[in-house]
Design a protein around this ligand. Structure first.
Ligand code: 5AD
Ligand code: SF4
Length: 436
């Protein structure tokens, strides 16, 4: 969502005549688009700010903080960080050109005026702003913004405000333009994407309509909430040939008491039942999840329930997070953050180890098969290799000499080796060791 918001901001600024550079030495204005979801995202921003302090001592420079941290920490950032000139929350990006121009003028006049725009809106969806997308294979479209779920650990309802959905005709039109520009994949975005609703349109209908746009090969969506999976949505995922057979289904915990404290609105049994429904409909839909370890008052026995459910469901992949208390949330106000850091760390390690073993077992089943991959480009590790994703969102890597292709192509790649995170078209020395 932050990448997408950066594309919106680039578009809003470019249409007011601002130009962009990747070279910070040449920049008159530096904007940090921030996330507030966990403490480590905060820490990264503070370390960037320390860097920028030095730069700002040497020359005139406008520094702006955008996004969720700006929204959540407005007092702290304006008064404790004199370095920051502009703050704009996720619903205030339209004001950025004015705020930046004013900050530049204020510096020229030797003043220190702060530009602050952090009001949340019930309506802002930026529906009329075409994001400034860089060329590529995947294009994001935010179909809804905000969240009304108020999971007790989560800062999003406070930083991104109430749920609101974009009009479906505009979304489908944008999907058509994206296809015309040559993108092959669309990822529909929303904090709570499957609660999308606009008039008589629900998310199932929207997903099918976007997937029907000619020229788009694959459609993905993230992140859904388990409570919003009516049969119609499962049917579209299972049977539409261009909707990827992958569902990210954040589980968070396997303990009913913790799920209730988290305000997740489902039980262990209900979550399992949804997984069973999905797998009965189509066993090859890849399931991935998010899990939080060490939430307030989580006992060893309750963690064991999460471990057991993870082991039983056998997700393709899981993102495991240490609980991180966020200002303003229900949990921060009501429950002490009482699990020792060392215990949180141990629980995360145990879950990560478990999931790596399971992911590796899943991935090894592909050895000997040929998988269909949407080519993304050169692999991060080596310019002589390509990388891409399977329908189920597994990364695949192969030598360019093996299979000449271009980003955006759909190609069949033979799988010879597998790690917990990647399928390879060649055997690796360490891969053989694991297999023997
Ligand atoms: N601490 C740890 N993890 C969190 N997440 C959201 N808020 C927190 C928090 N306070 C995780 C959830 C969510 C994912 C995007 O981030 O697992 O699904
Ligand atoms: Fe946060 Fe997602 Fe819960 Fe909304 S549904 S409060 S974004 S974790």
């Amino acid at each position: 969502m932050n990448d997408y918001d950066s594309e919106l901001v680039r578009s809003l600024l470019k249409r007011e005549g601002f130009a962009f550079t990747e070279d910070r030495e040449r920049a008159d204005v530096i904007l940090l688009n921030t996330c507030a979801i966990r403490e480590n995202a905060h820490n990264r921003v503070y370390s960037h700010l320390a860097d920028l302090k030095l730069l700002k001592k040497q020359r005139s420079l406008v520094v702006g903080i955008l996004g969720c941290m700006a929204q959540n920490l407005k007092e702290e950032l304006t008064w404790q960080q004199p370095l920051v000139d502009v703050l704009a929350g996720p619903d205030s990006y339209r004001q950025l050109p004015m705020l930046i121009t004013d900050a530049i003028r204020s510096q020229e006049e030797g003043l220190d005026r702060k530009g602050l725009a952090v009001d949340l809106s019930e309506y802002e969806t930026y529906a009329d702003v075409v994001p400034d997308r860089s060329d590529g294979v995947n294009a994001w479209i935010a179909v809804m913004r905000g969240c009304d779920n108020f999971c007790s650990f989560c800062v999003v309802p406070y930083t991104r405000g109430r749920e609101r959905s974009r009009d479906p005709e505009g979304i489908v039109r944008e999907a058509q333009q994206i296809a015309d520009q040559g993108f092959k994949q669309i990822t529909l975005l929303g904090q709570n994407v499957n609660s999308y609703r606009h008039g008589s349109w629900d998310f199932a209908r929207l997903l099918a309509a976007v997937a029907n746009v000619p020229g788009i090969e694959r459609v993905r969506f993230t992140s859904p909430h388990p409570k919003d999976f009516p049969p119609s949505l499962l049917e579209v995922v299972a049977w539409h040939p261009r909707v990827c057979k992958h569902i990210h289904l954040p589980m968070q915990s396997g303990s009913d008491r913790i799920l209730s404290l988290m305000n997740r609105s489902y039980t262990n049994r209900e979550y399992r039942a949804l997984v069973d429904r999905i797998r009965t409909l189509r066993p090859d839909i890849a399931l991935t999840t998010d899990i939080i370890a060490g939430f307030c008052s989580e006992s060893d026995a309750e963690f064991a329930e999460t471990y057991k459910l993870t082991e039983e469901i056998r997700f393709h992949n899981a993102f495991v997070f240490k609980y991180s208390e966020r200002k303003h949330t229900i949990a921060a106000r009501k429950f002490p953050d009482d699990i020792l850091e060392s215990v949180k760390g141990e629980r995360v390690t145990r879950l990560v180890d478990l999931q790596r073993r399971i992911s590796h077992e899943h991935n090894r089943l592909f050895i000997g098969d040929t998988v269909t991959v949407l080519v993304e480009g050169s692999s991060k590790r080596s310019d002589s290799q390509f990388t891409g994703k399977t329908d189920g969102h597994i990364t695949v890597v192969w030598d360019k000499s093996l299979l000449p292709c271009r980003p955006g192509d759909l190609v069949g790649v033979p799988v010879r080796d597998a790690s917990p995170s990647t399928l390879f078209a060649h055997t690796r020395p360490e891969g053989r060791e694991i297999l023997s």
